[in-house]
Design a protein around this ligand. Structure first.
Ligand code: LFR
Length: 490
């Protein structure tokens, strides 16, 4: 196999990175080139991303590559889901995009269901109802008489917008588009009835392309800024979770995955969408994966809870310090439903957690160790609840859980998860998203033929940690407690 370098851009909701991936001798090596914060900027009650700053960070990463005279084969971008940029007739970016954490869509689904029933929206898309889905964002800005929409010529999802800023070429990448709640999961096309219901013309989106498609080459401007030549930008699995799932180092299909970062995405990989009464009632999603796979999963609020607390604590505790303090704190002092709406974007996460405990008549966590333990234990128990639903709907036995992404480095949470679930947890790679991004570029460059071979190559390149369940009775009684205090309305 030839040796090739690939440049991956991986943007999460709190930070972003540019990474150099080298595929050589049947294995993959990564090197982080740059890391930068991705801040949500609040202006007059709206929450925005700074798309120009993100673009600039990509350019900075590319400048480093040029400075070090590294030859890269291509560039691929993946980001968090659902958000988008509006482009005017002249190709201008019309304003910085709203963040999915903007509260303007609170209550938006219910408003939309007056036009089209909830069951129908789910039936048409197979996507879990979440107020921030692109469908509801567009419905909301339309209802609020946005000054931007009437002059919008094209809508570009975040990775597509960044590819456009680098190349001047526009596409709509499939895995990301599937998170919008606007695609039919069978035909993989925008649903005309939904588009009509929100007053959006289908021409506002570009033709759907699948991961591995070349978007275009670096523009003259980017070439001048960086000193690089005609490097192609490849549409990878633009949705970060799709890239991560592509990199699960699984040997066979009897597994569930948990992509653990700001969000915890727990699910299984299927060949066909499952859109049933049960999946509707349990609000599971059918997002598009690579090579025609379906990511049948559920969003669980993940490290967001802890990340937000960390910003409030007087000291910037490291993960090591947090884990040690959690271990020293009493077990099962109090439990929360991580997905309760009060945790979506509170002014203070610490107060939100304490209030949840007050409202559910539990002891209130006081120290940072107690709060951290409460978050980890509650997440593990929520994972059990979601896994039970998956087990009911899965067409195959789920024998193990692959935890991937940054959160897979948290050994305390991994062992809690294995204990709560009663199955083996295989943790790693923590860099799954970047690896998935790079492997899709490697596939486009002809280095690997398909997802099986990709996963084989990943398995032989990364170290994983295995956790086996213990204290099962203790965790079962904690689960019974969790179900008692579990509330969806706080
Ligand atoms: C994870 C993720 C989830 C998506 C959420 C919001 O980073 O992409 O898959 O539901 O962010 O976009």
């Amino acid at each position: 196999m030839e040796n090739k370098n690939f440049f991956a851009v991986d943007l999460g909701a709190t930070s972003g990175r540019t990474i150099l991936g080298t595929v050589k001798d049947g294995s993959i090596e990564l090197r982080e080139l740059t890391r930068f914060p991705n801040n949500i900027i609040e202006v007059n009650g709206h929450f925005y991303w700074d798309i120009f700053a993100l673009y600039n960070e990509i350019v900075n990463g590319l400048k480093l590559v040029a400075k070090e005279k590294i030859e890269i084969t291509s560039i691929g971008i993946d980001t968090w889901g659902v958000d988008f940029v509006c482009i005017g007739k002249d190709g201008e970016i019309l304003r910085n995009p709203y963040s999915y954490r903007d509260p303007h869509t609170v209550g938006a689904p219910e408003e939309f269901f007056k036009k089209m029933p909830r069951e129908k929206v789910y039936g048409l898309t197979g996507i879990q109802i979440m107020n921030f889905n692109t469908l509801f964002q567009l419905a909301t800005i339309q209802k609020n008489n946005s000054s931007v929409l009437p002059v919008t010529d094209k809508i570009l999802f975040i990775p597509d917008a960044l590819s456009y800023m680098l190349t001047g070429k526009m596409v709509t990448e499939y895995t990301f588009a599937s998170t919008a709640q606007m695609l039919n999961p069978e035909t993989k096309r925008f649903d005309p009835e939904l588009l009509e219901a929100i007053g959006i013309k289908k021409e506002m989106f570009n033709d759907i392309v699948y991961p591995g498609t070349v978007v275009g080459s670096l523009s003259k401007s980017v070439k001048e800024q960086t000193g690089l030549g005609d490097i192609p930008v490849v549409a990878v699995a633009g949705h970060d979770t799709a890239s991560a799932v592509a990199a699960v180092p699984a040997e066979n299909k009897n597994f569930a995955y948990l992509s653990s970062g700001t969000w915890s995405l727990m699910g299984i990989e299927l060949d066909k969408p499952v859109v049933t009464k049960e999946s509707y009632e349990l609000n599971f999603t059918n997002e598009g994966g690579v090579e025609g796979t379906i990511r049948f999963l559920k969003n669980i609020c993940g490290m967001w809870l802890l990340e937000r607390c960390r910003k409030e604590w007087e000291k910037d505790y490291s993960y090591g310090e947090l884990i040690d303090a959690a271990l020293a704190a009493p077990a099962f002092k109090c439990l929360i439903n991580p997905d309760a709406p009060c945790f979506a974007n509170p002014v203070s996460m610490i107060d939100a957690i304490k209030n949840y405990c007050v409202k559910t008549n539990q002891a209130v966590p006081e120290t940072f160790g107690e709060i951290t333990r409460c978050i980890f234990e509650s997440l593990a128990l929520r994972y059990r609840q979601v896994l039970e639903s998956l087990q009911k709907m899965s067409t195959y036995p789920i024998e193990k859980l692959h935890v991937i992404g940054g959160g897979s480095k948290n050994n305390l949470l991994n062992s809690f998860t294995s204990n709560a679930l009663g199955i083996e947890v295989i943790a790693g790679p923590s860099e799954a998203t970047a690896i998935g991004n790079i492997m899709l570029q490697a596939k486009a460059a002809g280095l690997v033929p398909d997802i099986q071979k990709m996963r084989e190559l990943i398995r032989s390149s990364v170290e994983v940690n295995v956790f086996t369940p213990a204290d099962e009775e203790l965790w079962s009684s904690a689960y019974a407690e969790f179900l008692k205090v579990y509330r969806e309305d706080i």
